[in-house]
Design a binder for this molecule. Sequence first.
Ligand SMILES: [Zn+2]
Ligand SMILES: [Zn+2]
Length: 163
Amino acid sequence: MANPPARIVDPANLQALFYKIMERYQVKANEIKNLKVALVDVHGHGLFDCFKCYHSWYSHYSWVQLDLKEMKVNYRWKMKCQKCYRGHPAAAVGIKPTFGVEEMEKMIENAVCRYKGVEFPKKNPGNRRRHEFVPPHFSELCEKCGWGQVQCWTLPPYSSFKA
Ligand SMILES: [Zn+2]
Ligand SMILES: [Zn+2]
């Protein structure tokens, strides 16, 4: 397997990324009055590392809630490790996703576009086609799916489903 892309670990770097993209779209954090519209749920290609069995996996539908006012990741929806779950469902713990810099940049831009009500310019047709008819993950392992209650990849863009 190829080396995974660089990950953002430093909140200061993440804030710089928010700043860069928001500036491009002329969105100023201190001018956002409505806190509700500042919170945007977006999904991207996230990596999960199980700290119990060291199994790692990707999901194209890995969800975070971004806070455009505070310029931070407000929430990361977890996923349970399939290997641990298969061995002993009750023992599987939820793992938070991490994202590469480029992927996080895309997600922030997506959130900013949604905040401004403009169309997100960067579609990813390759990924989209591949995942069109195949569920991206097992719904019962995903917190955003409500641990099996819904399918997060069919949720309307603005819904903020939390189990
Ligand atoms: Zn595991
Ligand atoms: Zn899901």
